[in-house]
Ligand binder design. Structure first.
Ligand SMILES: Cc1cc2nc3c(=O)[nH]c(=O)nc-3n(C[C@H](O)[C@H](O)[C@H](O)COP(=O)(O)O)c2cc1C
Length: 169
């Protein structure tokens, strides 16, 4: 079985998970910029990794367009939210499932120092004031998202690895 891991990452969280996945599965790692390679390399399995930006999955239309060309396709997504005890995340994942996107969610975090100036502006001027208004300045949520943090953990990759191996067996 030949597997391609295509990832779209701007601040590194998705890339880090993608690197771990590709080395665990002995799969080829392909950047989103070079995504054409996934279509021409004779792969039967596509794993696409991306992130949630303003409640949307970045690059999802590409994945939807090409996934039918592969025998197996998998989607993993990183975001700012913790995975556990998270009703907001659960309803997002349920809504995505209804759209046909079975997501392996892997918590990323926020890396303000790696964001481009537009993203940093959006986060500082729109997102943070919104969280402050909704949750309060003293809330755990506001404190968490006010500065950079990482929730990266390889344990979140295991369900995806198990399912890929099972499908390809
Ligand atoms: C402009 C912007 C909007 C974001 N919107 C969301 C969001 O709606 N939900 C979420 O969980 N995370 C959101 N995030 C956090 C990213 O999904 C998270 O940092 C992700 O791990 C980034 O992946 P990357 O480092 O591979 O680019 C947002 C980040 C930025 C910069």
């Amino acid at each position: 079985m030949r597997t391609a891991v295509v990832f779209k990452s701007s601040t590194g969280f998705t890339e880090r998970y993608a690197r771990f996945i590709s080395s665990s599965l002995d799969a080829d790692l392909i950047t989103y910029k070079e995504r054409r390679k996934a279509l021409t390399g004779g792969y039967d399995t596509l794993i696409f990794g991306s992130s949630i930006i303003a409640a949307n999955i970045s690059g999802i239309s590409w994945f939807d367009k090409v996934r039918g060309s592969f025998k197996y396709s998998f989607l993993f997504v990183t975001g700012a939210n913790p995975k556990e005890n998270n009703p907001d995340l659960s309803s997002f994942l349920t809504a995505q499932k209804e759209k046909g996107h079975d997501i392996y969610y892997m918590p990323g975090g926020l890396a303000y120092e790696k964001m481009n100036s537009f993203y940093r502006f959006v986060m500082k001027k729109m997102f943070l004031p919104m969280v402050k208004k909704e949750s309060g300045e003293d809330s755990a949520m506001y404190k968490m998202v006010s500065s950079s943090y990482s929730l990266y953990d390889e344990k979140y990759v295991m369900p995806l690895l198990d399912d890929v191996k099972r499908a390809q067996a």
